[in-house]
Write a protein of this length. Structure first.
Length: 244
């Protein structure tokens, strides 16, 4: 193993899309920093699979809503290991309900987790990335809900639309530094979050007529990390089977 490999941080990598992204990033030859908040067992399982691919991997734990914790933990990790080449912001939550029944805590938790997480994770990491004077990558995860809105997801759609706006603005700021900032907007992907959805009503709206796989989202992320994507920035790429 060599420390000359580029290192990529993946947040929320203990399961679902985040786990698939972390595994694909490792398979592509990058060292991987596997982030988790509570699911250490899942994160360790991710890390074990990545390690078997012959690249370096380490676990990192923090709550993306805790600004001081993010600053301390990420600052320490960067000081010890150097700036990240790539940051993939996958961690987030949803609390769905029709708007009249949406409790204030459901609104606050989703907005603060998904939007504050963008700031809390990137703020300690961007300047070290800039100081390397080398190309780098930032990839955010939004959703088709953030692009077109979705019934029962006013809070989630608002947070994910905010991610798109923040991504586009940051892309403009960092473009001259050769740091690309792009967003992936998954549609209906086969994860724990979609297990209880009424797919018989949803799939007819998907032109490809099927649920997507986490690996298909992960492949998009790996491409955006690559040198071939060096002229792609400020974009939102929908992985949704044509839904958007």
């Amino acid at each position: 193993m060599t420390q000359l490999r580029k290192t990529v941080l993946v947040t929320g990598a203990s399961k679902g899309i985040g786990q698939s992204i972390a595994l694909a990033v490792g398979a592509a030859g990058y060292n991987v920093v596997v982030h988790y908040n509570q699911d250490k067992e899942g994160a360790q399982a991710t890390a074990d699979q990545i390690k078997a691919q012959g690249v370096d991997v380490r676990l990192i734990q923090f709550d993306i809503t805790d600004r001081e914790q993010c600053l301390a933990v990420l600052g320490s990790d960067i000081q010890d290991h150097g700036a990240y080449y790539g940051i993939i912001l996958n961690a987030g939550i949803s609390r769905d309900n029709a708007f009249p029944a949406l409790e204030s805590d459901d609104w606050d938790r989703v907005i603060h987790t998904n939007l504050d997480g963008f700031y809390n994770v990137l703020k300690p990491a961007i300047m070290p990335m800039i100081r390397t004077r080398k190309p780098a990558r930032v990839i955010t995860l939004s959703s088709v809900s953030g692009m077109v809105g979705n019934r029962g997801q006013v809070n989630y759609s608002a947070s994910k639309a905010g991610i798109i706006g923040a991504t586009k603005a940051l892309a403009v700021e960092l473009a001259s530094r050769q740091i690309t900032v792009n967003c992936i907007a998954p549609g209906i992907i086969e994860t724990q979050m979609t297990q209880d959805l009424p797919l018989e009503h949803i799939l007819p709206m998907v032109p490809m007529g099927r649920v997507g796989r986490p690996e298909e989202v992960a492949a998009t992320a790996v491409f955006l990390l690559s040198d071939l994507a060096s002229y792609i920035t400020r974009q939102v790429i929908s992985v949704s089977g044509g839904l958007v």
